[in-house]
Design a protein around this ligand. Structure first.
Ligand SMILES: *Cc1c(COP(=O)(O)O)cnc(C)c1O
Length: 350
């Protein structure tokens, strides 16, 4: 068998994918001529307006280079150093940001809870808040939820509302890590407003990178009081882009005609197809039906190595068990069939 060509689309992460045509075209348009720096340009204004239109509310919008910065700076804006942020034990802010949320907030502690499918629950929140009320415990201030989760699940509208209500009742704010928010919205079929501020979310970090941008995440403050002096945080953290229009223009390209949602729906559909095909394939146990754009599977002994030797790339033990196969905005049915064919060819005899 010839090896998988290096240019082949992979299933390791949605950040393996390139730039979506709508995002690239907008960057090229923004590249014509000069424009003011540091966000004082028409592209940044239009991107923020399009986000306000999308969310049907007068939110405050900032752009950061990546998700770690967006999450960390958003959480820092929501807390004091003696506060705590409650999240799931497999949350990106806890496991994959190198302590940046604590660093940028000058020591705010991240407290974790278990929960099925990578989701926090109202009971888990109440438990972390009510188990201590003394001065020696970092005061719970924010609940952070990831939508879609690190485990590929999606909080149902009701679940976000329940988290929002529990947080409100306990005097907590709600942050949403939306690195894959587009995939979640595509999966739920609800409006972006319904699953964010209308459900109790105060700040959303809306991911662009994994949905087809070169770089860039939007920090959306539904509670505008929380964004006070946020521009200074961005600047100090090295997140104020000098040529901001190149962070903002891709959002314009993706939001203008709904490409953000179409691309996310494509990634989700390919995950559903991959799951269906792998369920019937030898040597594979599919762990859970995908809700967004990732498929978690257990591979028969040796099969993972054999697939990697063929050139396939994917991660093991992300957020727990098995191997993770992630679909991107540009994944095609042919890519899925190519992987499934290699799985079938390389699986150990039953
Ligand atoms: C990818 C990702 C991020 C952002 O990561 P960066 O590498 O900092 O851009 C944040 N949260 C989740 C859940 C992610 O998967």
């Amino acid at each position: 068998m010839p090896p998988v060509p290096p240019s082949h689309r992979q299933f390791a992460s949605d950040n393996y994918a390139g730039i979506a045509p709508e995002a690239l075209a907008a960057m090229q348009e923004a590249n014509l001529g000069h424009a003011p720096g540091y966000g004082d340009d028409p592209w940044t204004a239009e991107a923020a307006d399009l986000l306000r239109g999308l969310f049907q509310t007068d939110c405050d919008v900032y752009f950061a280079f990546n998700g770690t910065a967006a999450n960390s700076l958003a959480l820092a804006a929501m807390t004091q150093s003696y506060h705590s942020v409650l999240c799931h034990e497999t949350a990106h802010v806890e496991t994959d940001e190198c302590g940046a949320p604590e660093f940028f907030s000058n020591g705010t502690k991240v407290l974790t809870m278990p929960g099925e499918g990578g989701k926090v629950t109202p009971d888990g929140i109440r438990h972390l808040v009510e188990k201590r009320s003394d001065i020696h415990y970092p005061k719970p201030r924010v609940v952070s939820i990831t939508q879609a989760t690190e485990q590929g699940t999606v909080y149902a509208l009701e679940e976000v509302r329940a988290v929002g209500a529990a947080a409100r009742a306990l005097g907590l704010r709600v942050h949403m890590d939306g690195a894959r928010f587009a995939n979640a919205v595509a999966a739920l079929g609800c409006s972006p407003a319904e699953v964010t501020w209308q459900a109790g979310v105060d700040v959303l970090c809306f991911g662009g990178t994994k949905n087809g941008m070169a770089v860039g995440e939007a920090v959306v403050f539904f509670d505008r009081a929380l964004s006070e002096e946020f521009a200074y945080r961005c600047k100090q953290a090295g997140q104020l882009a000098s040529k901001m229009r190149f962070l903002a223009a891709p959002w314009v390209g993706m939001l203008r005609r709904g490409a953000w949602l179409r691309h996310a729906a494509q990634a989700n559909a390919m995950a559903a197809l991959l799951h269906a095909r792998l369920r019937a394939a030898p040597g594979v146990r599919a762990l859970r039906a995908p809700q967004a754009n990732s498929v978690f599977v257990e591979l028969a002994p040796g099969l993972g190595d054999a697939l990697r030797a063929r050139g396939w790339r994917f991660y093991d033990f992300i957020a727990g068990a098995g191997s993770r196969l992630m679909c991107a905005w540009d994944t095609t049915p042919e890519d899925v069939e190519a992987l499934v064919a290699d799985v079938a060819a390389l699986a150990p005899p039953r």
